[in-house]
Design a binder for this molecule. Structure first.
Ligand SMILES: *Cc1c(COP(=O)(O)O)cnc(C)c1O
Length: 438
């Protein structure tokens, strides 16, 4: 190694501090974030995230660890499971997957051996890459069978799917997705899956918060065997994963293999922040979920009224937190998303049902999610205003700078995180690492 040059190191440190700070000011303070898979934690959850647990190891299960020093973490993990069980109507919850993808990996691997088949809701119906041969399913050597798609209903075709399940006899069926406006048919396919000795794995990464808030069917109450999830999309917790089960045998098998197959340490600082968020959702989730779906509907209607080609009009546009817009006439998904970003409006370009997979770099659409702006307190009038900003920028051709100024002003007046506990009341007694280490 070359001799240390402290001035160079400090230069990189200064660079890092600048990037972190500017990134935070921009994304948390000055943008309108409409990415459908993101959210923000409350100040109290953020404080809970800053615990000493982030430095520790705890392989194994609570009170049966391979490490000493875990007594408080053990209690936190048990309490978080208990609250999640209550929220999801499940007796069996696994909190150790550190992401939604690893939650899927653990369940898929337990239900199928390499070479077995799994049937999935197709990409048009919103499949996540981890459900496909290009992602986790493929990495596990499990063969991908697509369930048929019904264009009219923008959903899995139930009658044809039953035939596919009966003839292919997949080891499991994956429903739930990343880009969907309407609930997938869990109840309708559960019997067919069961009749061939299979079960439904419902991936609720996007809709966990809507399920807890009572605005999306709980798949476990509709016949799914397991639900996998992320904990940071409509459920506004720290980035992480979880699994809830409707039968004990599958819980036991996943639980026995998640460590050591898919995690060793499970990133322990997630747990206190997930717990605080779960309690926030228990207290305010119903109100929050209701406002999310109302806002999504209002935004879809307002964008249509402003002249945009919003998908799903004949079905009422959306029942989730998402809105999909066909922007082919405006130059395509890539160009539109880039222009919006210049004006501080953050969305992602997305394949729409008719796009070929090759179009992924420049698809027909953009995907919009309202869960974060809703959490910051936006309602009906703001959704109408957001649609107007879209029109000014994308249809009227207003200057990027003018729209950006208005976006910054809007973002600045919606910085507070709603549907959460009062940090000034509860946060005082919460000791963080920064209070202990200085
Ligand atoms: C986001 C998402 C995932 C992946 O979750 P990570 O926590 O990012 O690994 C899995 N499935 C679906 C349906 C998703 O939308």
């Amino acid at each position: 190694m070359a001799p240390r040059d402290l001035s160079l190191i400090v230069k990189d440190l200064e660079l890092a501090i600048g990037l972190i700070s500017r990134g935070t000011i921009w994304r948390a303070g000055e943008t309108l974030n409409l990415i459908a898979s993101e959210n923000v934690m409350s100040p109290l959850a953020l404080k809970a995230y800053m615990s000493d647990f982030m430095h520790r190891y705890a392989e194994g299960k609570p009170f049966k660890r391979y490490y000493q020093g875990t007594r408080y973490l053990d209690e936190i993990e048990v309490l978080t499971s208990k609250v999640m069980s209550r929220l999801l109507s499940s007796n069996w919850v696994e909190l150790r997957p550190i992401s939604g993808t690893l939650a899927n990996a653990a369940v898929f691997r337990v239900l199928a051996e390499p070479g077995d088949k799994a049937a999935i809701a197709p990409v048009q119906a919103g499949a996540h890459v981890s459900h496909t041969k290009f992602g986790t399913l493929g990495a596990l050597g499990i063969k991908q069978i697509n369930l048929p798609y019904d264009e009219e209903n923008m959903n899995v075709d139930v009658d044809e799917a039953v035939k596919v399940i009966e003839s292919e006899k997949p080891r499991f069926v994956v429903l739930g997705g990343s880009v969907y406006l309407f609930p997938h048919p869990v109840r309708e396919l559960a019997d067919a899956a069961r009749s061939v000795g299979s079960g439904i794995v419902y991936d609720s990464a996007h809709v966990l918060g809507l399920i807890i808030g009572g605005k999306w069917r709980n798949p476990l109450l509709s016949g799914a065997l397991a639900m996998t999830s992320s904990t940071h999309k409509t459920f506004p917790g720290p980035q992480g994963g979880l699994i809830a089960f409707s039968e004990e045998w599958i819980y036991k098998r996943v639980s026995k293999t998640i460590f050591p197959w898919f995690v060793s340490n499970h990133h322990l600082h997630r747990l206190p922040a997930t717990l605080v968020t779960a309690l926030e959702m228990e207290a305010h989730g119903e109100e929050y979920a209701k406002q999310i779906v109302n806002n999504a509907r209002t935004l879809a209607e307002s964008l249509a009224a402003e002249g945009f080609n919003v998908i799903g009009e004949h079905l009422g546009y959306t029942r989730s937190h998402q809105v999909l817009v066909d922007v082919r006439k405006l130059g395509g998904g890539a160009k539109t998303a880039t222009l919006l970003e210049e004006a501080n409006i953050i969305v992602n370009k997305n394949l729409l049902p008719w796009d070929k997979p090759e179009a992924v770099g420049d698809p027909s659409g953009i995907r919009i999610g309202v869960q974060e702006v809703t959490r910051r307190g936006m309602g009906k009038s703001e959704m109408k205003y957001v649609a107007e900003l879209f029109r000014r920028l994308l249809i009227d051709g207003a200057s990027v700078e003018r729209v950006r100024d208005d976006v910054i002003e809007l973002a600045k007046s919606f910085r507070e995180v709603k549907y959460s506990f009062d940090e000034s009341a509860f946060g005082k007694r919460l000791v963080t690492l920064l209070d202990v280490i200085s």
